[in-house]
Design a protein around this ligand. Structure first.
Ligand code: ADP
Ligand code: MG
Length: 346
């Protein structure tokens, strides 16, 4: 359907990353909950065209382990921090409105409304879309149990049986993106893997956010732990196996509760971290605490590029951490996890 900014009712903030902020919204005409990601960028044709191209690809991506893309709207905030209170009547921006966009100082919602839906409030697919805009709203499937980093914070660590099912979904999603669209994810990390109460695990943030992220290495890593593979840090050929490395690191983090290289957020710390990823032996899980299957699986994911399996090869292993729980169905298990999380909230 055609997405219009004024049809989106802001419900609450879901979080913010480096590239933008994510808000839970209701698409009023369809009565559908959505996650709206707002990304600001420089007014620049090259960037806009790249984004347009990527959005077009998103339209063709459909898989049970990938977040559905509903549509995008280019915006021109013209010095005003947008927040969908564009239909004047909706005052629910008071809920949890936080303005994190550069110009948040000017986010008074009153008289700004008029200026805010300029003529270029177009659907991305129309001819002149994106022209002269400095931001884009991307609407996607809302995942009501949130991302694995939030879930990890609530639970401290995730049991192996959950991790096994989560990993199968993640690898199936990666395999789909690559074999059907030649897309590498490039940003696998707990905050980009989401759960819903139907017991589904889905990947978010491939493609688009990559282009919008600052390309300088230092900028990209400030404040985050990096899940980047050694070969990518070194600028070597980056392949689908880079995503597998990230899955390996993510498994260590989710099973132990801690990112294996520790968090670094000072500039020096980042360089040190990158150096350690390249030079040190890859991290591994203690075999006294975790099953051999999980330890072996993590070791496989963290092998040097040429020895590292692809997602499909991992999925096809005859006996592995992924087949270990094959008698237990994924859906009911993950629904159980989602109910557990709901109870914790109260
Ligand atoms: P990051 O992934 O680096 O944390 P993002 O801007 O991509 O930054 O996302 C911010 C937060 O919004 C995420 O940590 C996640 O918890 C939440 N989020 C993102 N997409 C969705 C979604 N589709 N449904 C529910 N929550 C989401
Ligand atoms: Mg994200």
């Amino acid at each position: 359907f055609h997405l219009r900014q004024q049809d989106l009712l802001t419900l609450k903030s879901l979080g913010e990353g480096q590239s933008g902020t994510v808000t839970k919204v209701l698409h009023v005409p369809s009565n559908k909950l959505m996650a709206k990601k707002q990304i600001m960028f420089e007014k620049n044709f090259k960037v806009q065209n790249q984004i347009l191209r990527e959005l077009k690809i998103l339209n063709e991506v459909h898989h049970s382990s990938i977040i559905e893309f509903y549509g995008a709207v280019f915006i021109d905030s013209a010095g005003i921090s947008d927040d969908t209170e564009t239909n004047g009547s909706s005052n629910n921006d008071t809920t949890e409105k936080e303005s994190r966009i550069p110009n948040d100082a000017v986010s008074h919602s009153s008289s700004s409304d008029d200026k805010k839906i300029p003529s270029n409030n177009t659907n991305y697919s129309s001819e002149n879309s994106g022209v002269n805009s400095n931001g884009v709203l991307i609407c996607m499937e809302y995942m009501d149990c949130g991302s694995l980093d939030h879930i990890l914070k609530k639970l401290g660590f995730l049991k192996e049986v959950y991790l096994s099912k989560i990993t199968i979904n993640v690898l199936q999603g990666l395999n789909y993106l690559y074999s059907n669209h030649k897309i590498l994810h490039r940003d696998i990390k707990p905050s980009n893997v989401l759960l819903n109460s139907r017991g589904e695990i889905k990947l978010a943030d491939f493609g688009v956010s990559r282009e919008l992220n600052n390309n300088s290495i230092a900028d990209t890593f400030v404040g985050t732990s990096t899940y980047m593979s050694p070969e990518r840090i070194q600028g070597d050929v980056y392949s689908i196996k880079g995503d597998v490395w990230s899955v390996g690191l993510m498994l260590i983090e989710l099973s132990t509760g801690e990112f294996p290289f520790g968090k670094k957020d000072t500039p020096n710390g980042i360089l040190d971290l990158l150096q350690r990823i390249v030079n040190e032996d890859p991290p591994s899980l203690p075999r006294t605490k975790f099953s051999n299957e999980l330890c072996d699986f993590v070791d496989l994911c963290l092998k040097r590029q040429n020895e590292r399996p692809t997602p499909l090869e991992l999925l096809d292993l005859p006996r592995s951490f992924l087949t270990k729980y094959q008698n237990e169905e994924s859906g009911p298990l993950l629904r159980h996890l989602s109910r557990k999380l709901k109870k914790l909230k109260k």
